[in-house]
Design a protein around this ligand. Structure first.
Ligand SMILES: CC(C)(COP(=O)(O)OP(=O)(O)OC[C@H]1O[C@@H](n2cnc3c(N)ncnc32)[C@H](O)[C@@H]1OP(=O)(O)O)[C@@H](O)C(=O)NCCC(=O)NCCSC(=O)c1cc(O)c2ccccc2c1O
Length: 280
């Protein structure tokens, strides 16, 4: 879905993915495999990961949008054509090739990324594609969106974020229904159960998504970063706490107290921490 009213310039065109940006700091990462409803193969995920890393490191980017090309699908999950007996294959035509689940690292990368990631969903968000929208921080859905899990129908399941985060969003009962029945849900149903943030007419999807992103760009990036880490601290266990804890290091390093430790070490003298308050 592209909207002529929003101007994007290409940062990098990969084989499976387009990475563009606006002048004011929104990155857009688009899965470009509409012939398979934007199903991902390992290369797709590696390209998304590379674009996410670039957007993370670019200080002029404040918010990242993840989407799929066209209006038929956000993403239909793993590309069944390259699914092997050991995971998804980078070289499906090579006998004995060993596969893996590249999406594991990508899900974690989105969770850890210290900038908001917004899923912009038109059409199908199914299977591993649905889990991708779940791990994004916000989801803006078009009124033609169809969301659901398909794993138990095709011999798969995602018991990680695909189960736990889903249950946190919609409750255990509904999450079990979604996985145990493998139904598809309309955008309106998804909104009703808290699976997406808002639903807009398809023609307005990109404009609305960009409007949400621009609202976030007006806010304190550090406050947004710390809120994202705070939301994940409990859900992600020690890894979530690690993110939040290390984010406090970012702030602590700028303090005179931390600088005293660094400068004392460099000057080969004892640090003078006495001048810093032992706060109540
Ligand atoms: C998405 C659909 C419900 C759409 O149905 P519809 O009838 O509208 O469209 P078609 O079925 O005709 O599809 C058009 C065209 O696209 C091809 N296609 C669609 N999805 C895929 C896919 N995932 N892989 C490959 N190809 C796909 C389809 O074959 C058609 O091609 P033609 O050449 O015939 O035109 C419906 O398409 C559908 O149900 N798709 C399958 C969805 C699916 O099985 N997804 C994978 C689920 S498993 C998964 O995603 C997964 C991935 C991981 O990496 C995991 C990692 C760790 C744990 C779990 C994981 C996991 O579960």
């Amino acid at each position: 879905m592209t909207d002529a009213a929003v101007e994007w310039s290409t940062v990098r065109r990969y084989d499976d993915v387009d990475y563009s940006r606006t002048d004011d700091g929104i990155a857009k990462i688009t899965i470009c495999r509409p012939e398979v409803h934007n199903a991902f193969r390992p290369q797709t995920l590696m390209e998304i990961s590379d674009a996410l890393t670039h957007a993370r490191e670019d200080p002029t980017i404040g918010v990242i949008v993840l989407t799929g090309e066209g209006d038929k699908a956000f993403c239909s999950g793993g590309d069944q054509r390259v699914r092997g007996d050991t995971g998804y294959l980078t070289e499906p035509d090579t006998p004995g090739a060993v596969g893996r689940f590249h999406v594991t690292d990508l899900q974690v990368q989105i969770r850890r990324l210290p900038k908001p990631v917004v899923a912009m969903v038109a059409g199908y968000a199914i299977g591993g594609g649905h889990v991708l929208q779940i791990v994004c921080d916000l989801t803006i859905a078009a009124d033609n969106a169809r969301l659901g899990q398909v794993g138990p129908r095709v011999g798969s399941f995602d018991g990680g974020f695909g189960a736990g985060l889903l249950a946190n969003m919609v409750g255990q009962r509904k999450a079990k229904e979604i996985w145990f029945l493998c139904r598809q849900y309309t955008a309106a149903q998804a909104l009703d159960m808290g699976l997406v943030n808002t639903v807009v007419p398809l023609a307005d999807l990109e404009r609305e998504t960009v409007a949400w992103c621009r609202e976030m760009l007006e806010l304190s990036p550090m406050a947004l970063r710390l809120m994202k880490a705070s939301f994940h601290a409990a859900e992600d266990g020690l890894a979530g706490i690690q993110q939040l804890a290390h984010d406090t290091n970012l702030l602590f390093y700028a303090s005179d107290e931390a600088k005293e430790g660094r400068e004392a070490f460099k000057a080969k003298r004892s640090p003078e921490f006495d001048r810093f308050p032992r706060r109540a």
